[in-house]
Design a protein around this ligand. Structure first.
Ligand SMILES: Cc1cc2nc3c(=O)[nH]c(=O)nc-3n(C[C@H](O)[C@H](O)[C@H](O)COP(=O)(O)OP(=O)(O)OC[C@H]3O[C@@H](n4cnc5c(N)ncnc54)[C@H](O)[C@@H]3O)c2cc1C
Length: 290
């Protein structure tokens, strides 16, 4: 590991001051992705700016059916939150499947997003929930749809001088259901071979699907939504035939690659299978509650 200067900010104002003074900074939250990259000499930052003590970015807030999550909340905090368990169960399941207890205690939601791994577990769950993220710089705040944030593996539209401060999405209502599914090579400490998340809303009068979002990880250079499959669900009641069509559409839409974890063809099949399971589970939850 090469030596680097280390700074720790205790407020956003202090972080922006440091970012202005040390323009070649690299941000650090829990460090579970960044320190691995530094150790393996994938990156050699000169200046590391630790955000982890900024209290303002550690809250879980639910108001008028809208969640605002600080980017520094850890996967353990997500798992332990009663309001998230009740109103965002797919995200809770995704965070509960990240790494090991030690990784979940340090790894943050914001770090999972900003690291921009195609295999990040919390990201498909957040895409299925229709999440937006707040990006703050010294002079302005902008809010972008999470699905517009990713440009490729490790690449986002976050500009120099910006910090991802918050994650925003609506709390699930009784006629809505969600699900997260992951296939890894082991039960614990396994990066996803494929992961999938689904959100469904059922119209309480017609019992048909009135809103659907399907998101997948590890099947393209970025986490993706599969809008053709989502559109198939709209206006319909779930049936075995519809599930089959969704599964085939997902398998034909994704663009996985061969890598050390799995072959592309296998990933294609698994993507269809996981989405089928997730749609069924989301439907069961929405129709049970609705
Ligand atoms: C052994 C092991 C197992 C793992 N297993 C999984 C797994 O199963 N699933 C999974 O999804 N991930 C896994 N990870 C990856 C990692 O733990 C998660 O992605 C974690 O959420 C990263 O958060 P962090 O706070 O540690 O990020 P950091 O390492 O601190 O940061 C990651 C990147 O994001 C940037 N960044 C962080 N926060 C911000 C911010 N607020 N604004 C702007 N940029 C920011 C940093 O500059 C850095 O480039 C694993 C890692 C390890 C080491």
């Amino acid at each position: 590991m090469n030596a680097f200067d280390y700074y720790r900010a205790v407020s956003l104002a202090e972080a922006f001051d440091l970012m202005r003074d040390k323009p070649n900074y690299t941000l650090l939250a829990g460090g579970t992705d960044l320190l691995v990259k530094i150790n393996e000499k994938i990156i050699s930052p000169n200046v590391v700016l630790d955000l982890s003590l900024i209290k303002d970015m550690r809250n879980i807030h639910l108001e008028n059916g809208h969640f605002t999550l600080g980017a520094l909340i850890t996967h353990t905090q997500v798992m332990d939150s009663e309001v998230l368990q009740k109103f965002a169960p797919a995200l809770v399941k995704a965070s509960s499947m990240v790494g090991s207890p030690q990784i979940r205690n340090r790894g943050t939601l914001g770090g999972n997003i900003c690291n921009a791994s195609p295999a990040a577990d919390a990201v498909p769950a957040l895409l299925a929930l229709g999440a937006e993220v707040q990006l703050m710089s010294e002079k302005k705040v902008r809010t972008v749809l999470l699905e517009d944030l990713f440009l490729g593996p490790g690449k986002t539209t976050i500009a120099t001088g910006e910090i991802l401060t918050r994650v925003l999405f609506k709390a699930q209502r009784p006629n809505q259901g969600s699900s997260f599914q992951k296939l890894g090579k082991r039960k614990a400490l396994a990066i996803s071979v494929v992961n999938a998340a689904v959100f469904i809303e059922i119209d309480s009068k017609t019992r048909t699907i009135s809103e659907a979002r399907i998101a997948l990880g590890s099947v393209a250079p970025t986490p993706i939504r599969v809008k053709r499959a989502e559109n198939l669900l709209l206006g319909k009641i779930l049936s075995a035939e519809l599930l089959k069509q969704v599964r085939l559409t997902v398998a034909s839409e994704v663009k996985p690659i061969d890598d050390i974890r799995a072959k592309a063809e296998y990933r294609r099949d698994v993507a269809g299978e996981l989405v089928e399971r997730a749609v069924q589970e989301a439907w069961n939850k929405a129709s049970f509650l609705g």
